[in-house]
Design a protein around this ligand. Sequence first.
Ligand SMILES: O=P(O)(O)OC[C@H]1O[C@H](OP(=O)(O)OP(=O)(O)O)[C@H](O)[C@@H]1O
Ligand SMILES: O=C(O)c1cc(=O)[nH]c(=O)[nH]1
Length: 217
Amino acid sequence: MSAEPTEHSQEFLALADTYDALKFGEFQLKSGRVSPYFFNMGAIASGAGLKRLAAGYAAALTSSGIEYDSLFGPAYKGIPLVATVACALADHGHDVPFTYNRKEAKDHGEGGTLVGAPLGQRVVIVDDVITAGTAVREAIALIRNAGSEVAGVLIALDRQERGTDARSPLQALAADEGIPTVAVSTLDDVIGYAERAGLDDHRLAAIKRYRDEYGVA
Ligand SMILES: O=P(O)(O)OC[C@H]1O[C@H](OP(=O)(O)OP(=O)(O)O)[C@H](O)[C@@H]1O
Ligand SMILES: O=C(O)c1cc(=O)[nH]c(=O)[nH]1
């Protein structure tokens, strides 16, 4: 049995359950890995659901103590996320500017790839899930190319998988670059939750095999 998840993690997993956002089966990931489980943030698609999700992010970010000036949400799922996390922070009296990007540059109107407020000096990246770290590395490059610094990375689900070496992308960012990272929930929490919820043994075994193959120690 895995350790009991934190309160934020339990709330996140209960929310994912309510919206059927955590799926078990066979899923091709951005990294090319084929995973026996998948978190689809896009399924949390009602005002009340997103509000609960964003409140969890905002609470986790606030309790982390990270100092920052603005938020950045990578396209696509980071877009509604960063907007609603900014709303949740405003509910607590903290009015934070936010920016997001287009995956393809717009060549008319205001043009470009960045939308929203100008990036602040210290930017927190807000995304749904991290696997091999490609999306977060791209966001870091974008922020640095614009002359800003990355103050932190805030993720709902850390899948605790290897990135470019034996460490997870979040472990590598913290160790190599001193970038603080916050994950509301982790694969360990998902496994504990699935065990408590009575997920089929063969599905649980598939997740554990996947963790043995791609997970960090
Ligand atoms: O850590 P990684 O290996 O990069 O994988 C995680 C990323 O993959 C997904 O983005 P994707 O661009 O596939 O989807 P989206 O356009 O739906 O946000 C997800 O939203 C993360 O951003
Ligand atoms: O690695 C990915 O592409 C990925 C994993 C996951 O659980 N959810 C998601 O949206 N993307």
